[in-house]
Design a protein around this ligand. Structure first.
Ligand code: SF4
Length: 550
């Protein structure tokens, strides 16, 4: 009888790697990773100075143009006149303009009068007067030509500003409370910790090739204005109830975009002098264990979602930090507090700060110069940017407040804005962004004007965030009314610009237990033209139905 050879046990199927360096997957698994391996993004600076600025746009290596330029805050802007319907169907190069957006990073949102003057000069001289305050406290300029970049850097760097790692798979701007060191309610002035991280690690090749962008926040703000819940890494100030010691509660893995997740508390208490090394440990875990196979799964939030907070903390402490952090308390819940610092308020030193509201962050070079002049005339010259696309002039003696408020008002920068102006934000949109499907800034401004006209007595601080595509640069999922740009079908069956509506998002601060993302109401869409009517209806209904104190 013939003997059958027993079948060989199947070799265990090798688990497909996600491109984690720490597990040995060093070979690039996609084009972006290949570009980063071929040459560090930071090296593009010298080529810009030596070659591209001298020989012009056409001399730029495509891998630099669509990749490494971002390491210095440069993105090609959208070619003018291409509508949102073409965003997904054209090749990236067909969307590219020969001009750039340039993002100036403002760590902690802190600017001197001189720095503001330099940004204003650059805007007027090289950026056709454009300037937008972003919701991560940066200032973005448009219409930049490659030939101008070295001169722009020279001017910025002469006053201590930079565009290094303002974009790209890098540690982006470190957010901080604009009132750090000034607000009586703050738990701690985080300025030294922000400076330590920025000085030690921004532009450091150790952290210039991360799997994806890495957004940081370090804040002692009592109103938790930099939103620790939605940063990749965040240090939120806490006071230990037993010892009274003030330090930071460590959060990792927040992010919105197309797959929103709230950050997770690691439950660790970080002393102020440990912040920079703990930041580096978290960034190190991300660099080495982060997923590099698929761009849309590369943010640190996916690693945290798979590992959980406990494992992440263990790996971070044991493999990177070399010591264990003690457990600590969660930040106090700030639900209901306004987290934007608009208005006139007293500082700890008896002076005042004056927060005002450009519409959806849009300013311009001349306006920035005027703001700088007012800050010097009525204060000490120091200015701050906020996480809500607003600005603050600080150090104003009480006798100057009235005049400063009047002058800001005359410039169209109200200190007591309507709730709509105060709580509406918009991303860049189709005007300049290559990913955009719809126009945003202009639409949001029109919406503010319409709502002010139609609902003059409306006082609830309802947030309205307007995005040009699903990427959520303007945080649609955490707004009361989140508007996500998309093409929609109008009454005549035509595809037109419009918005998918998300309702009821909120960030409550604290341990985030009350936070939640807005609900995408099935089929709820409005054309851009219908938008004011739609939002008015929602607000009227809300106002009629809300409970006292809601
Ligand atoms: Fe561009 Fe979309 Fe971000 Fe708006 S949300 S700036 S359209 S990528």
């Amino acid at each position: 009888m013939a003997r059958t050879t027993p079948a060989k046990p199947a070799a265990p199927r090798r688990k497909r790697g996600e491109g984690q360096w720490a597990l040995g997957y060093r070979e690039p698994l996609n084009k972006n990773e290949e570009n980063k391996k071929n040459d560090d993004g930071l090296n593009v600076r010298q080529r810009i100075i030596d070659i591209y600025a001298k020989h012009g746009f056409d001399s730029i290596d495509p891998a630099d143009l669509r990749g490494r330029m971002r390491w210095y805050g440069l993105y090609t802007q959208r070619r003018q006149g291409i509508d949102g319907g073409k965003t997904a169907v054209l090749e990236p190069e067909e969307l590219d303009d020969r001009y750039f957006m340039l993002r100036v990073r403002i760590d902690g949102g802190q600017l001197s009068a001189e720095q503001l003057r330099v940004i204003s000069d650059i805007s007027v001289k090289y950026a056709r007067g454009t300037a937008d305050i972003t919701d991560r406290q940066n200032i973005q300029l448009h219409w930049i030509e490659i030939e101008s970049v070295p001169a722009i850097w020279e001017a910025l760097e002469a006053v201590g500003l930079s565009t290094t790692e303002a974009c790209g798979d890098t540690p982006r701007v470190v957010m901080g409370c604009p009132l750090a060191g000034l607000d009586g309610d703050e738990l701690i002035d985080a300025t030294p910790e922000i400076a330590a991280v920025a000085e030690r690690y921004i532009g450091d090749p150790e952290f210039s090739n991360l799997p994806r962008k890495f957004k940081s926040s370090i804040s002692g703000c009592a109103a938790q204005c930099t939103h620790h819940e939605i940063n990749d890494v965040a240090f939120a100030a806490v006071r230990d109830p037993e010892t009274g010691e003030v330090g930071y509660d460590l959060w990792v893995g927040g992010g919105l975009s197309t797959n929103p997740m709230l950050a997770k508390r690691l439950g660790a208490f970080v002393r102020p002098d440990q912040v920079a090394e703990v930041w580096a440990a978290v960034a190190g875990v991300f660099r080495d264990y982060g997923y590099r196979r698929l761009r849309h799964r590369a943010r640190i939030k996916f690693l945290i979602a798979d590992w959980g907070a406990e494992k992440f903390r263990e790996v971070m402490e044991q493999e990177y930090l070399g010591y264990s952090l003690p457990d600590g308390p969660a930040p106090v819940n700030v639900d209901g507090a306004l987290r934007d610092h608009v208005g006139v308020h007293q500082q700890t030193d008896g002076l005042f700060y004056v927060g005002f509201a450009p519409r959806v962050g849009r300013v311009n070079g001349e306006l920035l110069a005027a703001i700088g002049t007012l800050a010097s005339r009525y204060g000490s010259g120091r200015v701050r940017t906020t996480a809500e696309q607003k600005m603050v002039i600080i150090d104003v003696p009480s006798e100057n407040v009235h005049e400063l408020v009047a002058e800001l008002d005359a410039l169209g920068l109200p200190v007591k804005p309507s709730v709509f102006r105060r709580h509406t934000m918009a991303c860049t949109g189709i005007e300049f962004c290559k990913l955009a499907i719809v126009e945003t800034k202009g639409r949001a401004m029109q919406l503010i004007d319409e709502l002010e006209r139609r609902l003059p007595g409306f006082e609830s601080p309802v947030t309205i965030n307007v995005n040009g595509c699903p990427n959520s640069c303007a945080r649609i999922q955490v707004a009361d009314i989140g508007l996500k740009g998309s093409l929609v079908t109008d009454a005549d069956g035509k595809q037109v610009e419009g918005f998918q509506i998300h309702l009821g998002g909120t960030l409550t601060g604290g341990d985030a237990s009350g936070s939640g993302f807005g609900r995408k109401v099935r089929g709820l869409k409005a054309t851009a033209e219908e938008l004011p009517d739609y939002v008015e209806r929602v607000l009227r209904r809300y106002d009629a139905a809300r409970e006292v104190g809601e």
